[in-house]
Design a binder for this molecule. Structure first.
Ligand code: SF4
Length: 434
């Protein structure tokens, strides 16, 4: 049983759309894309939108969409289609589409499987698509009619690719209904929370980051709108915790947003902290909001950091550690990268020294995570070869050196990152993966 769900009287002729999260339900409930479809489509009189996950729900609509933000989910798309006995060719009655960062950054590999793709943000093109579907259910006619909608790509028909972008976030419907099961196991990482998206896009352009390179411009919801969303969303969903979704949370009113939530007795959690944008008051507000762990992403030592266009000095991270000490933060988590182009042994030594100093300065617990760089399409590191051997050597060195100072270090499976790299840079069709 989920709460809250959208219930309404269906009109005489109902059009159905299934939106699919190609992974497990406990992660999918926090997918903003899923919530956007669920809320928007169901807000229309004569439409019904069902959510389907790898382990929950069945496909039953003629119009079926997949949200793809993780390369490792590709295989699950195929699995879901097979489970639901849908052919892996376009020769079928159903109209299949996909969207998400993976699709936007490498659309061609999906063109044999999906009838059309969303490139970029969906809200504005979705309204047009549904309107056309109501009038033209015949697949060839429908595809012909939608092929020139901005942000829609119909393989074989669309001549020039364009990207959907919502200019004014205040003008689109906010996904206020955020259903969660009544009993939440520990796999539901955000627990019983309301998701608040404050902004889209990131003003920074770190060379490795797909989010930074895909975001054409930064747009922020107005403070007034955000306050309204907090009020309505927490009340409707009966939640007293808010999770902020924002690529780098640089909203011009970010402190006011946090103050407002505190004044309403809410707890909250902010994403990874942009060290150069925070001050003492910000950290104090975050701690008052109940967050016990702060996350920072130095990525590497200072000189290499500037080369990958992350223009933050070491001293900026130390400043945050001072604030964290002052406000008794319990844990600091740091994200670093392995396998960066030009990352030498000397860079690793400097990285170890940096971690040592950060740990020594901080009174709470220090956690460090090293992720292998996966060069993604449309980033400045697109085409960078995944050097498994080098990454494994780097990982061994770091484990050895950091264990000497008792730092807890986490390195995800190098093989799994290699798989992610191969999928992200796949040429041809995802159907090759069958
Ligand atoms: S890593 Fe963070 S700050 Fe850098 S471009 Fe990506 S989202 Fe922005």
């Amino acid at each position: 049983m989920e709460f809250p769900v959208i219930t309404k009287k269906w009109g005489k002729s109902i059009h159905k759309l299934d939106i699919v999260y190609p992974n497990l339900y406990y992660g999918g409930v926090y997918s903003l894309a899923m919530l956007i479809f669920y809320n928007y489509v169901n807000s229309l009189n004569n439409w019904q939108c069902n959510r389907v996950y790898l382990d929950k729900g069945k496909l039953s609509a003629k119009l079926i969409g997949f949200t793809l933000n993780y390369e490792l989910d590709y295989m699950n798309v195929i699995k879901i289609l097979k489970l639901n006995k849908l052919p892996l060719t376009k020769d079928r009655d159903e109209i299949l589409f996909a969207g998400g960062n993976c699709v936007t950054s490498n659309p061609e590999i999906y063109s044999e499987l999906f009838d059309f793709l969303f490139l970029g943000e969906v809200e504005e093109s979705l309204a047009k698509i549904l309107d056309i579907y109501e009038k033209f259910k015949d697949k060839p006619t429908f595809l012909e009619k939608i092929k020139d909608i901005p942000g829609v790509y119909v393989p074989g028909k669309t001549k020039h690719k364009t990207y959907g972008i919502v200019k004014d976030l205040d003008k689109i419907i906010y996904p206020l209904y955020q259903p969660l099961p009544k009993i939440l196991s520990k796999e539901f990482v955000f627990g019983s929370s309301f998701i608040l998206e404050t902004e889209r896009g990131c003003p920074y352009k770190c060379k490795f980051c797909m989010l930074g390179s895909l975001s054409k411009s930064v747009r922020q919801r107005s403070l007034k709108k955000i306050k309204g969303i907090i009020d309505k969303g927490t009340k409707l969903n009966k939640r007293d915790k808010v999770i902020i979704y924002a690529p780098s949370f640089v909203h011009k009113d970010r402190k006011e947003i946090l103050r407002y939530m505190l004044s309403k007795g809410l707890t909250f959690s902010v994403p990874s902290i942009k060290a150069e944008t925070v001050d003492e008051e910000f950290i104090s507000l975050v701690v008052q909001g109940g967050q016990k762990t702060l996350t920072l992403a130095p990525e590497c030592n200072e000189s290499l950091r500037f080369k990958i266009k992350k223009l933050v000095k070491d001293e900026t991270f130390f400043k945050v550690v001072d604030y964290a000490n002052k406000y008794k933060v319990k844990k600091l988590k740091y994200y670093f990268l392995l396998g960066l182009p030009g990352q030498t042994m000397n860079d690793l030594k400097e990285t170890v020294e940096l971690i040592k100093s950060l740990k020594t300065k901080f009174k709470g617990q220090t956690y460090v995570s090293f992720n292998p760089l996966v060069g993604k399409p449309m980033t400045e590191f697109s085409g960078i070869v995944f050097d498994k051997k080098k990454i494994k050597t780097q990982a061994l060195y770091l484990k050895k050196e950091l264990s000497k100072i008792g730092v807890k270090i986490k390195i995800p499976s190098v093989s799994s990152s290699e798989k992610e790299y191969k999928l992200a840079n796949l040429k041809g069709s995802i159907l090759r993966l069958r």
